[in-house]
Design a protein around this ligand. Structure first.
Ligand SMILES: Cc1ncc(COP(=O)(O)O)c(C=O)c1O
Length: 418
């Protein structure tokens, strides 16, 4: 008993000391000794400015057009308030500072581009592509459980983004990894081998795999599902990168749920759309949303179906700004530019005799035999390996900031092909 009281006082003392230390640092009374000096910020800025033009290996748009947004953000004083989108953008009655109405407008703007009817649409602006897939897998599994009283099996190709495997693991769902072909597409015959008809199927379709830009053939895979008819099917599409630009091309049907009957789709905001921080959006139907585990949260005036409580209020505002500022014409031009430049790069590599592949016509990702180390480092090229294509590979994801001049510089840096 005595020891128990002593332990309590010790704990109380330590907690008080820790709180005092945090306060002192926050007030600048004690210097934060482990932090680098403020001048290092300028070094960081110049390194970012210098490097971005040569960033060829990752699927992000470095041509950010948010300068005016930030000027408004400062001038309006919004920067000095804590604004938080805790809540459902489709049921927003919250009286704290938020941008939920703008978030709903962003979702209602994008929904029809992917074939959702405005009156059968629900969605949120997410923290990232991974967050969108998290919602797709979570909503899919709860929907299927509601319908069948059974947990589904998740089917995803082994070329799909690892977030899907990680999230199935995180959500404690059984996962069947389906082998992909040399182009990065799930093989329908392999799906047939692992499909369990007695269990609901949660399909994660890749609309542009991260490395090769492989697109799962949904028609062929749906035919397998039809043939073996699992007791229920939910289709989530991971369209992190391709889902951004395809609606602005003549290939828009590839991400249109009236043509490809999917239940939800996740798209990144910082890949095609030019967000300056990780973000994205998740779209699904009202029917899916209404078949979730409802958690009635009194202080938020409603049922909270999404995974996170606090969510960014700035990200929906930036997306809303980009929709206004870049506009449909701008997105169409950008989509055209990246697809044309990808074809141009592939032709240049062919002419040089450097083994290269491009999954035409939907992809902006050219993958090729991995160049020497110094070229990989100069252009920040990501590595991959595929025995079927001769081993070491790299890729260039042709985004808006990548000019033909930069691509020509890369070609010139390659050694002569043997
Ligand atoms: C196909 C695909 N899905 C999901 C992700 C994960 O997106 P994020 O990095 O926004 O979480 C990526 C990232 O590159 C991706 O390429």
């Amino acid at each position: 008993m005595k020891h128990g009281r002593l332990g309590f006082f010790k704990l109380k003392y330590l907690t008080l000391m820790a709180a005092a230390a945090v306060l002192l640092v926050a007030c600048g009374i004690v210097e934060a000794k482990n932090l680098r000096e403020p001048a290092s910020l300028e070094r960081l800025a110049s390194s970012i400015r210098e490097r971005k033009a040569h960033m060829l290996g990752y699927p992000v748009n470095h041509d950010i057009q948010l300068g005016d947004f930030y000027r408004w953000y400062i001038d309006s004083g919004v920067y000095s308030a804590m604004v938080n989108n805790a809540g459902d953008p489709f049921h927003s009655e919250e009286d704290y500072p938020n941008t939920l109405d703008f978030e709903r407008e962003v979702i209602e703007f994008f929904g029809p581009l992917y074939g959702f009817d405005k009156d059968n649409l629900w969605g949120i602006v997410t923290f990232s592509g991974t967050d969108g897939n998290d919602h797709g897998i979570y909503f899919g599994s709860k929907y299927l459980e509601k319908k069948t009283q059974q947990k589904p099996i998740v089917y995803v190709s082994d070329a799909a983004h690892y977030s899907n495997m990680r999230l199935a693991d995180l959500q404690n769902l059984e996962l069947r990894l389906v082998p992909a072909d040399v182009h990065g597409c799930m093989i329908p015959e392999e799906l047939e081998k692992v499909l369990v008809p007695g269990r609901p199927a949660l399909m994660v379709y890749a609309m542009g795999t991260t490395f090769k830009g492989g697109v799962d053939n949904q028609e062929a895979l749906n035919a397998v599902l039809e043939k073996h008819s699992p007791i229920a099917v939910y289709r989530h599409v991971d369209a992190a990168l391709f889902g951004g630009y395809l609606p602005y091309t003549k290939y828009r049907d590839a991400v249109n749920r009236r043509v490809q009957p999917f239940d939800s789709i996740a798209i990144s905001g910082h890949k095609f759309f030019g967000m300056d921080e990780p973000a994205g959006f998740f779209l699904t139907t009202k029917e899916v949303m209404e078949n979730q585990n409802p958690y009635q949260v009194t202080y938020l005036n409603g049922s909270m179906p999404m995974i996170n409580c606090s969510r960014s209020a700035a990200a929906p505002l930036k997306l809303w700004w980009l929709i206004h500022h870049v506009g449909e014409k701008g997105f169409v031009e950008q989509a055209e530019q990246i697809l044309e430049n990808a074809v141009w790069l592939k032709a240049k590599l062919d002419a040089k005799g450097w083994p290269a592949w491009l999954e035409q016509p939907l992809s902006n990702t050219v993958y090729f035999k991995r160049p020497p180390r110094e070229v990989v480092a100069k252009y920040a090229l990501a590595p991959d390996y595929d025995e079927r294509l001769g081993g070491d590979l790299s890729h260039i994801v042709v985004m808006q900031h990548i000019t033909r001049e930069t691509l020509q510089g890369f070609i010139d840096d390659l050694p002569a092909a043997k």
